[in-house]
Design a protein around this ligand. Structure first.
Ligand code: MET
Ligand SMILES: [Zn+2]
Ligand SMILES: [Zn+2]
Length: 373
């Protein structure tokens, strides 16, 4: 059997032959041209949030593409696009034979959407993570409906708080005193008044972006057994996203004092309480930012640096001392992460591959840092 010419070669065979050409020979495997330098980590999560299928125009797991080029699927924006954009950019750079001083690693991690506790939070503590010697990371951002691209340099800290109120039970027809519901209502009012204050602060200052103020939503109410039985226990759950400049100790004391002010038997517990917000500098003192922003400038991409309103795996990466930017190269795209009909235009997706193809060489060629020489 004769082998086919290169133009007919099976793409898997071509990939195999490319891999064989990389001289990963021990004891000095050639992973990057200067393995003494720290590496670039491209992180993405593989899990997605659930769907309400009846609200979708197309099956959310079919990746239907309409006649205009919009691809509908859960994960189209958050963040399966980014995983493939990384891979395609790296593939393109490899095919073109580029080599860079710094190694580029890609991680595809689970469980981000449920807090990352079995995913990136554990992984950053593992020797396998330290062996990557990451000096800088890219992770997910959020689409931007305008011409500009959003880039996140920090995140709000998720605090998931359950307030439990206990009080006197009794017959639903009586004016029972000191009920769980009355006291819970007081705490809910205090917290929703705080919510309104933060909302007004955001509304009244055009320079403030969503991630710069603290948000809270009442997301669960539990308790009660029957219409005519006053329950002894009721609870309310809140999703707080605490801005990075907040005094965390004072804020926790504030929460405690709202509970105390509501009366006896009102307590709070945390289902999630992130305490280590970090900020990745966005000025030229940060060589990673300098490289990132220079490429964007060269490509005429306008950047909007912001604090991520939600939480991503970047918080774990930054907390172990690795600077990270949250960036999904998606402009002119409505923000539809976690929403019905999440979709992405194929042209935006492809443009994102071009963007990474320019960004990665610059990041992987950042000269040795003072700490690396
Ligand atoms: C708070 S755990 C993170 C889950 C999800 N990314 C969110 O921000 O809600
Ligand atoms: Zn995500
Ligand atoms: Zn998400």
């Amino acid at each position: 059997m004769t082998s086919k010419g290169p133009e007919e070669e099976h793409p898997s065979v071509t990939l195999f032959r490319q891999y064989l050409r990389i001289r990963t020979v021990q004891p000095k495997p050639d992973y990057g041209t200067n393995p003494a330098l720290s590496s670039i980590l491209l992180n993405s999560h593989t899990d997605v949030v659930p769907v309400f299928k009846e609200h979708w125009s197309h099956d959310p797991f079919e990746a239907f593409k309409d006649s205009e080029g919009y691809i509908y699927a859960r994960g189209a924006q958050d963040m399966k696009c980014v995983s493939i954009q990384y891979l395609e950019a790296v593939r393109r750079l490899k095919v073109e034979g580029h080599r860079f001083p710094r190694t580029i690693h890609m991680t595809f991690v689970p469980d981000e959407e449920v807090g990352g506790h079995q995913g990136m939070e554990l992984f950053v503590q593992r020797p396998e993570f330290h062996a990557l010697r990451a000096g800088f990371a890219l992770d997910e951002g959020i689409a931007n409906p305008t011409d500009a691209f959003t880039v996140f340099y920090s995140e709000r800290s998720p605090w998931w708080v359950r307030v439990t109120s206990t009080g006197r039970p009794g017959h639903g027809s009586l004016f029972i005193e000191d009920t769980a519901a009355e006291k819970l209502h007081k705490v809910v009012s205090s917290i929703l008044a705080f919510r309104e204050k933060e909302w007004q602060r955001l509304q009244s200052n055009p320079h403030l972006k969503e991630g710069a103020v603290t948000s809270v939503n009442l997301t669960k109410l539990e308790g009660g057994v029957a219409y005519n039985v006053v329950p002894a226990t009721m609870s309310a759950s809140f999703d707080f996203r605490v801005a990075p400049d907040v005094d965390f100790k004072a804020f926790e004391e504030q929460l405690q004092s709202w509970c105390q002010a509501a009366g006896e038997g009102v307590t709070l517990e945390f289902a999630q309480k992130w305490m280590h917000p970090q900020v990745t500098p966005t000025d030229d003192s940060n060589p990673w930012w300098a490289a990132f922003s220079r490429v964007c400038k060269d490509m005429n991409l306008s950047l909007e640096p912001e604090i991520m309103p939600a939480a991503t795996d970047s918080r774990f990466i930054r907390a172990v001392g690795v600077p990270a930017l949250g960036f999904s190269p998606l402009n002119r795209t409505p923000v539809l992460l976690h929403d019905h009909d999440e979709r992405l235009h194929e042209a935006v997706f492809l443009r994102g591959v071009d963007i990474y193809t320019r960004l990665l060489p610059a990041l992987a060629s950042v000269p040795a840092l003072p700490s690396e020489s």
